[in-house]
Design a protein around this ligand. Structure first.
Ligand SMILES: Cc1ncc(COP(=O)(O)O)c(C=O)c1O
Length: 460
């Protein structure tokens, strides 16, 4: 029960029980103490106020006598209903029945979560409950031990050697972008097209224009922009990997324009054929802002990510975070620290990779006769090219079968490719089977010779 706003004045000539009953009366009249609400026990209130129990008992007795409160044997003292009023029955609220059934999302962003990880997950949160939180706002970069663990993991899994003090723990990817944008000179930001919609919205919300970078094509110029936001390890949503030549020309274009490159490294750990390509940031620490996330390796709702800004803006970001209290929530940081230290994250990533490695070819085998895979199989989704009319029919059929599917066109701004993006992380095997049945049924019905021969050429 929250403490009541009561204050007794020992210097006053008014006796303490009278002061107390008067103040409680005012709280009732002001509605601060609602009808039917329970008052603290006389013992607890006395302890709270630092007075003897006689004071609180006398005050309660007075209020009972005036019918402001009523005492119920064995259950406590309650604010009474005003005289003459009849208690309002608790309204039975109808349980809303959604008009449209809840759809299972086949989206690109939902990861598979290993059900065997539940014990480790609980252990991490138990540790949070027993650890002492920092007393103040603490380090604006985030928990030092967590940053050290992240630095170790970045070196081991992403070929990126960074000082823990150059890492900033954020509340996810777009939060990292929000930290970075105010430190850049005025000007537009280039973003892949089709590309990450949340990044586009974030950049625009800062009043900056977005320049379209055709996804999958080498970037030769960034003239007139201050940054390029890219997903080199797994282009979102086409799934392409940026080749070495593309990386070098992107960095050269950034250097020539005085722009930075923002590397969104969201799901690079989920390659099942080869080892992940090292982070672009490992090629140029001066020019690349690296962003990682716990959304795929743990869960999206943990809302944690990390930013390794170029050294030129690091201190400015830290200073701004300090004055704006922009730190990530301590309990989440503390839990992630345990999950990393215990090897839970490594284990979960390995298990999820095995699941995706089995599901991705299953999706590919079903769709390849009718559509063209846009990039190599990796991560927790694949992108399939097909005419827009077919894609819309497939989306509608999936919806009728209970699944939400994204059209490739929903990620596009001025680019033309059409198709569908099929996520296979956030569904069960059974759901995936049903979804594929709906998708393939529609594709088969829509199949035209041109698409079929393209698909066959791919299979050769
Ligand atoms: C391209 C891309 N980057 C990053 C993320 C993760 O975002 P956050 O860290 O804000 O959860 C996603 C999630 O789906 C994504 O698709």
């Amino acid at each position: 029960m929250p403490a009541l706003p009561l204050q007794l004045d020992r210097a006053s000539r008014s006796p303490l029980p009278a002061q107390l009953s008067a103040q409680i009366r005012e709280l009732i009249l002001a509605g601060t103490l609602a009808r039917g609400s329970r008052l603290p026990s006389s013992r607890a209130l006395a302890a709270d106020l630092g007075v003897s129990r006689t004071v609180t008992e006398l005050a309660y007795e007075q209020l009972v006598a005036e019918a402001w409160v009523e005492s119920r044997r064995g259950s406590g003292t309650f604010v009474a209903s005003p005289p003459g009023s009849t208690p309002r029955p608790v309204e039975a609220r109808p349980i809303p029945t959604p008009e449209t059934p809840v759809l299972v999302r086949l989206d690109a962003g939902t990861p598979w979560v290993d059900p065997r990880g539940v014990a480790g997950w609980r252990r991490a949160w138990r540790e949070v409950s027993t650890a002492a939180p920092p007393r103040g706002y603490d380090d604006p970069r985030g928990l030092p031990e967590l940053r050290a663990a992240l630095a170790e993991r970045l070196a081991r899994t992403r070929g990126l050697t960074v000082d823990p003090d150059s890492i900033i723990v954020t509340a996810g990817t777009t939060d990292a972008l929000r930290q970075l944008l105010p430190e850049l000179p005025p000007g537009p930001v280039a973003i892949e097209d089709p590309g990450y919609r949340a990044a586009v919205e974030t950049v625009r919300s800062f009043g900056r224009a977005v320049v379209d970078l055709p996804a999958g094509e080498p970037v030769t110029s960034l003239r007139g922009t201050v940054a390029a936001y890219v997903t080199p390890a797994h282009q979102h949503p086409l799934g392409l990997v940026m080749p070495a030549s593309g990386r070098l020309s992107l960095l050269a274009a950034a250097r020539a324009a005085g722009a930075i490159v923002v590397e969104d490294d969201y799901d690079s750990e989920f390659r099942y054929d080869v080892a992940p390509v090292p982070a672009l940031a490992s090629l140029d620490r001066e020019r690349v802002a690296y962003i990682g996330t716990a959304a795929k390796s743990v869960i999206p709702t943990l809302r944690l990510g990390w930013l390794v800004p170029p050294p030129g803006v690091l201190e400015d970001i830290v200073r701004r975070r300090e004055v704006t209290h922009a730190g990530a929530a301590w309990p989440s940081q503390r839990a992630l620290l345990t999950l990393l230290r215990d090897g839970w994250v490594d284990k979960t990533v390995r298990a999820a990779r095995r699941v995706y490695a089995e599901r991705a070819p299953r999706v590919a085998a079903a769709l390849a006769p009718y559509a063209t895979l846009a990039g190599p199989l990796a991560g927790m989704y694949s992108c399939w090219l097909m005419p827009q009319a077919t894609a819309v029919r497939v989306r509608d059929a999936a919806r009728a079968a209970g699944f939400e599917l994204n059209l490739l066109s929903s990620y596009a701004r001025s680019s033309g490719p059409s198709g569908i993006v099929v996520g296979y992380g956030g569904v069960s095997d059974e759901e995936l089977k049903r979804a594929l049945r709906a998708i393939v049924g529609t594709l088969r019905a829509s199949a035209r010779p041109g698409i079929r021969s393209a698909a066959l050429r791919m299979e050769e």
